[in-house]
Design a protein around this ligand. Structure first.
Ligand SMILES: Cc1cc2nc3c(=O)[nH]c(=O)nc-3n(C[C@H](O)[C@H](O)[C@H](O)COP(=O)(O)OP(=O)(O)OC[C@H]3O[C@@H](n4cnc5c(N)ncnc54)[C@H](O)[C@@H]3O)c2cc1C
Length: 420
């Protein structure tokens, strides 16, 4: 049983939770929470306060709680209400083309860690994350398309991937366009339901003693010449030794109040969801298609998600006809039977990008006790587990150099003169 606080100043002790269950395939995670309401304690103190209840903040709280550390997560609205609820949930460690070799390495470590965490998380939280380890296919229309893919790719190809020629594609993925020239099959790729993963992290962290407060507004970090002292909020002050900013897109604002310039750029993306009837089940992909122009992700809840558009500088959550049209055109090319599927809905989210494409993960040198964990752009679900682990290691005194993550140092852009 974990504690949860709300911005209304009440402490809620959660006595029961029901998240997504495998036996309930269309259930998107309804909660049946029996709440015992008590008075909120006057003074709140925690060793570490994590600001932001997206997948990154929740993974950090999970990792800290699993180490027996005293952690409080504060969220301005609700857990998994930000970008994390819009993601496709792919753990595309081998398929994604990372500009920096460090990111490719961390991505593989994170995917492995996420797989390892599943059993404990499901036991602690009773939330099924919808993890599916079916592997991904990257298909090509022609030899020249394959050649330019190889020429342009920055990440080294993984030793685990298998080339399927036209014949193998037809044998192994009969639902894929029969004119496909060939495809890379990456057997270790997997995917999750992102909201469920985020809630599983939060619920498991609570089960291990973490506190989670939702609806906490107007958060400001308080620091003096000795470093972080705590935070002020709409519901009062909270003291702590460390603050970890994991507020996704809004992290830049929180940092600006500390006179730190850590830019976060918005890149909007749209996704559509479809579903195949039993009659057309044979057309449904049984593996994720990770093509150059689209990804098609068969989800554990029975839906198939098609994503995503990429619109730099856009922060609105509108879904355009043009965006959906683009997704459906590409999806029906690769999976012609998709035309028989039922269109369910579409949504948009905004990815938190950084100027150099790397997340900010590390200690802020100019404010002792302040840590950054944001800017994960299009891979925050994938990188959540390793981010939690790295932050936990930093909090016990390991340096970025020891962890090999100097390239992610929050103040790197200031040092390079990119920002002032
Ligand atoms: C269309 C789309 C598809 C994607 N697909 C994938 C994918 O397949 N795989 C993958 O790995 N990634 C994917 N991503 C990227 C992924 O969604 C993000 O990288 C990830 O969700 C970022 O998580 P976060 O916790 O940093 O941010 P968020 O999920 O935005 O969480 C930040 C939280 O902080 C809270 N907050 C903000 N300000 C404050 C404040 N002042 N005080 C308190 N709380 C605050 C917010 O309310 C929010 O809950 C996708 C993104 C999009 C948009």
């Amino acid at each position: 049983m974990g504690e949860r606080f709300t911005g209304s100043g009440r402490c809620i002790i959660k006595a029961g939770y029901r998240g997504y269950k495998k036996s309930d395939p269309l259930n998107q995670g309804d909660e049946m929470v029996k709440e015992i309401i008590t008075d909120r304690p006057n003074k709140i103190h925690a060793e570490t306060i994590v600001v932001g209840g997206g997948v990154v903040g929740c993974a950090i709280a999970y990792e800290l709680a699993s180490r027996g550390q005293d952690v409080l997560l504060v969220e301005r609205s609700a857990i998994a209400g930000g970008t994390s609820c819009a993601a496709a949930g792919m753990l595309a460690a081998d398929s994604e083309d990372f500009a920096h070799p460090l990111m490719a390495k961390l991505a593989r470590q994170s995917r492995q860690l996420l797989h390892e965490q599943q059993v404990l998380m499901t036991t602690l939280s009773e939330v099924e994350t919808g993890l599916q380890r079916h592997g991904f296919l990257t298909p090509f229309r022609s030899y020249s398309e394959l050649s330019s893919y190889k020429d342009n790719r920055r990440s080294a190809l993984s030793a685990d991937e298998v080339w399927w020629d036209r014949y193998a594609v037809q044998q192994e993925a009969s639902w894929l366009n029969r004119d496909t020239y060939g495809a890379y099959y990456r057997p270790y790729e997997s995917e999750v339901l992102p909201v469920h993963l985020t809630k599983a992290y939060a619920e498991s962290a609570q089960a291990m003693g973490a506190r989670v407060m939702e609806g906490i507004k107007d958060i400001r970090v308080q620091a003096n010449e000795y470093g972080v002292q705590g935070i002020t909020t709409s519901t009062g002050e909270m003291t702590c030794k460390h603050v970890v900013i994991a507020a996704g897109l809004q992290s830049e604002d929180l940092m600006r109040h500390m006179n730190l310039s850590l830019p976060v750029w918005s890149v909007k993306g749209e996704i559509a969801a479809v579903q195949f009837s039993a009659e057309h089940a044979g057309y449904r992909p049984d593996r994720t298609v990770y093509a150059e122009d689209i990804y098609i992700v068969p989800k554990a809840n029975g839906e198939v998600w098609l994503g995503a558009t990429s619109l730099s500088g856009r922060t609105d959550l509108n879904v355009s006809v043009q965006g959906v049209q683009k997704l459906l055109t590409a999806a029906t090319h690769w999976v012609p039977g998709m035309k028989e599927a039922q269109f369910l809905r579409a949504w948009a989210g905004v990815r938190p990008a950084t100027p150099d494409g790397l997340p900010y993960i590390g200690a802020c040198e100019s404010v002792p006790g302040l840590f950054a964990a944001f800017g994960h752009y299009r891979n925050g679900i994938l990188l959540s587990a390793i981010t939690g682990r790295l932050i936990a290691e930093l909090l016990v005194g390991k340096s970025s150099e020891e962890l090999g993550i100097e390239a992610l140092s929050p103040e790197r852009l200031n040092r390079k003169g990119v920002v002032h």
